[in-house]
Design a protein around this ligand. Structure first.
Ligand SMILES: Nc1ncnc2c1ncn2[C@@H]1O[C@H](COP(=O)(O)OP(=O)(O)OP(=O)(O)O)[C@@H](O)[C@H]1O
Length: 498
């Protein structure tokens, strides 16, 4: 079946202390194939792919590329040999330009007489971006001024510049909006048409089934199956991933909105950044969805409503007229915020799970000016367990957690705090379907308890499935509002987005 394979990882094993992340995993990828890799959070997907990309070494097992043993000494060597990867979190280098990021490690191409020809590098970057269908990014700008999505697009450009034989795309689609996803899909198809292969990691089963020619499923570091496209079946894939049939519902089952009268958080005539005269009110017990294309301002709106960004004009007020002064004030007054930018804004990666979960609750935990270690441990253990965070203990550093497990810690932190208003920017980013279902049930439970949720999301099914009401932003302006109903479709939302 796989005689003419391009890549093979054979009997790959990798452990981190007592965690065995990969147990004898063998994956064979044919030429011209998009090969999916799916599994619950912490099942070993990123570990496998990062070994292939030279980011870390396996404890045992062998890699083969183009029929020869392949032993990358690092990422640059892997790229030189034809394997490049787009990582799950932010993979750009700060404080340098977008074009310098695209050619990071390859600057020598533009050096003459010991001097870097920046103009030539920028020109080449423009050409590369245009070729990918990306015309809105000026390659000369500092990378830090770009949005999360645009930085991801720069990463795609960097990975593709070397025309890789094997392109590894690790859980990237959830960092992109509809436009960005289309760019990614067409680039993946281009690699395939040119005879290269793609290893595609995603939690979205529909996306995997649409895009991939074959699929490997991991569970707890063990390969449970490799399926050819003709064998793809949603329920079968889910069962192979989680080892049991999924029970309970996914999104909300009620089909009508139920919104309290009382306004708990209100943005009034907000202008600033891309936002233009935006007014939004969140009611008690409401799940208010916010959607749109990239740069439409939905992420900016979340930041403004949490007091993280000050608008030029307009104000945000909580309840009956208390102005949201800043983020510190917001936390103290029961407002939570989950940033889309997980590693940079949502968590302290160099601290333990316990410290992260307890951080917003320290005041509540303090008794007579002291915080008992036991209270911290109890609170963090309870919420880490509720969220099914996969770790050896609550002391484990967050930078050693898988992407989805980091996201669970971020959610756990605010749930432990018991905030009444939750601003959630892409809360299920990188989360597996089993846990996603639990998160949706949890959001529903919060609603039933009278809490209010601003759900900013790039996933239209999630917005439709969970929201009482959805507002759509287009170019910083409110362009549409929809109430929960059976007839609400993605097409109706998209009409207001573009
Ligand atoms: N550097 C590390 N130190 C300790 N444990 C690690 C390290 N890297 C990964 N692990 C552990 O290995 C296991 C597999 O992690 P990995 O990131 O490969 O999972 P994943 O399938 O990519 O998950 P996700 O879907 O959440 O991204 C997890 O239990 C994780 O905590």
């Amino acid at each position: 079946m796989k005689n003419d394979y391009l890549f093979k990882g054979e009997d790959i094993c990798k452990s981190f202390g007592s965690t065995q992340a990969l147990k004898n995993v063998t994956i064979t990828i044919s030429r011209g194939e998009i090969h999916g890799l799916i599994g619950e959070n912490g099942s070993g997907k990123s570990t496998f792919s990062s070994i292939c990309a030279g980011i870390q070494k396996a404890d045992s097992g062998k890699l083969y590329l183009d029929g020869k043993e392949y032993i990358p000494s690092g990422t640059v060597d892997a790229m030189d040999k034809g394997v490049s990867m787009v990582v799950q979190e932010q993979g750009t280098v700060g404080k340098i330009s977008a074009s310098a990021n695209i050619f990071f490690g390859k600057e020598a191409m533009f050096v003459k007489g010991g001097v870097l020809n920046v103009r030539k590098m920028n020109q080449e970057a423009s050409r590369v971006l245009n070729d990918m269908g990306i015309t809105h990014i000026d390659p000369q700008v500092m990378i830090d001024t770009l949005t999360f999505e645009d930085r991801k697009l720069i990463e795609l450009a960097r990975a593709l510049y070397t025309s890789p034989k094997l392109w590894i795309v690790d859980e990237t689609t959830t960092a992109l909006t509809v436009n960005g996803r289309d760019i990614l899909y067409s680039l993946m198809n281009r690699i395939k048409e040119e005879g290269g292969s793609v290893l595609f990691i995603s939690h979205d089963i529909d996306e995997i089934m649409n895009m991939c020619d074959a699929l490997t499923i991991l569970r707890d570091g063990v390969m449970t199956a490799t399926l050819e496209k003709s064998e793809f079946e949603e329920d079968k894939i889910k069962q192979l991933m989680i080892g049991r049939e999924m029970s309970g519902h996914y999104y909300r089952e009620d089909t009508e909105e139920s919104i309290g009268e009382e306004v708990v958080l209100e943005a009034q005539n907000i202008t600033g950044g891309v936002l233009k005269n935006v007014s939004v009110s969140l009611h008690r017990g409401e799940i208010l969805g916010v959607g749109g294309l990239s740069d439409c301002g939905m992420h900016d709106l979340g930041r403004v409503m949490f007091g993280l960004t000050k608008p030029d004009i307009g104000k945000v007020q909580k309840g009956k007229g208390e102005k949201v002064k800043n983020a510190k004030w917001a936390v103290e007054h029961g407002i939570a915020y989950i940033s889309k930018n997980r590693d940079r804004e949502a968590m302290m990666t160099l601290c333990g799970i316990k410290d992260n979960i307890c951080l917003p609750s320290l005041k509540q935990l303090a008794k007579g000016g002291f915080i008992l270690k036991k209270s911290e441990r109890n609170l963090s253990s309870k919420w880490a367990e509720n969220m099914e965070v996969k770790a050896n203990s609550v002391e484990q550093f967050c930078n050693t957690l898988s992407g989805g497990n980091k996201q669970k810690v971020v959610l756990a932190k605010w749930l432990a705090k018991g905030s009444d208003i939750m601003i959630m920017d892409c809360p299920t980013r990188g989360i597996d379907i089993g846990t996603k279902a639990s998160i949706y049930q949890l959001i529903e439970q919060l609603k039933k308890e009278g809490k209010s949720i601003l759900l900013i999301s790039e996933e239209l099914p999630e917005l439709i499935g969970m929201s009482d009401r959805i507002v759509i932003l287009k170019d910083g302006v409110l362009s549409g509002e929809f109430y929960r109903s059976e007839g609400l479709t993605e097409a109706k939302l998209i009409q207001k987005m573009i």
